[in-house]
Design a protein around this ligand. Structure first.
Ligand code: 13P
Length: 241
């Protein structure tokens, strides 16, 4: 199982102290085979990767520029630069960035550049509430997958995160039957070489009991609740109880 913490725009150097609880939890639960990946803002990637050196926790970034090279792109960093400060993973295609204008084509370029740099991709897809109401979910997911992963080899190495836009930060999660339908649709689309599929959107220690029963999922991408080490540990604990 994957537990990916997406901190979004949250945290400073002091905040990293709270991870000691998670490190301790992992040390005390050696049998835990899960992958635990923290994606902090870029400012914390280096200090966090240092801190996690002798632990089984890993570090990822939240986005990057699509260029493989340095360039005149004020405020941007590319995948190579993120890798060089300790990122092993990268979240791409997050709906918060799609809403700011990221297209499938741009996301596809970012995936290519990040793969070249040696980062593992966590590729986010998901429908808006309007698209869900208009029964367009499958169509939207298919388009995001087809365009986002166009001419990407080794698709099975990508980690896919299904995050319905309407469930992010709202406290709402899909009905189990709807979630199973969407995830099954994604799985069928890839066939035998299916990537790992995570669910993201308002995952917390209350609804994890419902979510963990959906056994076609490979883990969770957790926003708000991952900012508290206690809530994050609770989610992991409850997943296996
Ligand atoms: P929340 O868990 O805060 O809803 O955020 C989900 C998310 O966007 C993770 O990438």
């Amino acid at each position: 199982m994957y537990f990916v913490a997406n901190w979004k725009m949250f945290g400073d150097l002091k905040t990293l102290n709270s991870l000691d609880n998670v490190i301790k939890f992992c040390k005390n639960n050696k049998k835990l085979k899960s992958k635990i990946i923290y994606c902090p803002p870029n400012t914390l990637i280096r200090p966090l990767s240092r801190r996690l050196k002798k632990t089984k926790l890993e570090v990822g970034a939240q986005n990057c520029h699509e260029s493989d090279n340095y360039g005149a792109y004020t405020g941007s960093v590319n995948a190579k630069m993120l890798k060089s400060v300790g990122a092993k993973y990268i979240i791409l295609g997050h709906s918060e960035n799609r809403q700011l204008g990221e297209t499938d084509k741009l996301i596809n370029s970012k995936i290519k550049s990040a793969t070249k740099a040696g980062l593992k991709i966590i590729f986010c897809i998901g429908e808006t509430l309007k698209e869900k109401r208009n029964k367009k979910t499958k169509q939207v997911l298919a388009k995001q997958i087809n365009n986002g992963l166009q001419s990407i080899r080794n698709k099975s190495k990508i980690i896919l995160a299904y995050e319905p836009v309407w469930s992010i930060g709202t406290g709402l999660i899909p009905k189990s039957e709807d979630l199973i339908k969407s995830v099954s649709f994604i799985k069928d689309k890839f066939g035998k070489k299916c990537p790992k599929i995570l669910y993201g959107g308002s995952v917390n220690s209350n609804n994890i009991d419902q979510l963990k029963d959906i056994n076609i999922l490979d883990g969770f991408l957790i926003g708000g609740a991952s900012q508290s080490s206690k809530k994050f540990i609770d989610i992991i604990k409850k997943t296996f109880n």
